[in-house]
Design a protein around this ligand. Structure first.
Ligand SMILES: [Zn+2]
Ligand SMILES: [Zn+2]
Length: 174
């Protein structure tokens, strides 16, 4: 055995690192380790819980929701990061609201924006029906904006438009 190993072994009592080694065996270090594991467990549970809470508001499908929660439980903080990257961008409530809005818009389009004579779909600012040529609404004499037949006052410039009849020529042509 070389001399220097014997020397180190002999001088182990006076080893400057001995106090550090002792520290790692002390109850204090044991306590710190325990606290570290405890905090890690808390962090883990918090991540899983956050994933569960967030996924519940974004995912409609029960199986996908279960996969998300499992990812959070198994992979903890890492699962949370992965989930945050791949999660659906919008909330279920928002999506439902959007769908409802779309439905209402389609309904409105179906009900209102058709020529009352030939049922051609028309836009709100059309003055005459492009198919049958019937007048749908007049224009304000003052500002030129489209005015509904039922309006009494132009909402854009406050001019009285009640009773302003559509040009006869359009009716004649139809
Ligand atoms: Zn028409
Ligand atoms: Zn006007």
């Amino acid at each position: 055995m070389p001399h220097w190993i014997l020397a180190v072994a002999a001088s182990s009592d006076s080893n400057p690192f001995q106090s550090a080694l002792d520290f790692f065996k002390s109850p204090t270090w044991h306590f710190i380790t325990l606290m570290f594991y405890f905090l890690l467990a808390v962090l883990w549970i918090a991540c899983a819980y956050w994933v569960f809470k967030d996924a519940r508001r974004r995912v409609d499908d029960k199986i996908i929701l279960a996969v998300c929660v499992l990812t959070g439980i198994v992979f903890g903080p890492l699962g949370l990061i992965v989930y945050a990257i791949v999660r659906p961008p919008e909330l279920v409530a928002d999506r439902r609201e959007q769908e409802l809005e779309m439905q209402m818009m389609e309904q409105r389009l179906g009900e209102e924006s058709r020529c009352s004579f030939c049922k051609t779909p028309v836009r709100d600012d059309y003055l005459v029906c492009p198919t049958c040529g019937r007048r749908l609404r007049t224009t304000c004499a003052s500002c030129g904006k489209p005015v509904e037949p039922s309006w009494r006052v132009c909402p854009y410039c406050e001019t009285d438009v009640h009773g302003s009849m559509p040009p006869v020529s359009v009716y004649d042509r139809a």
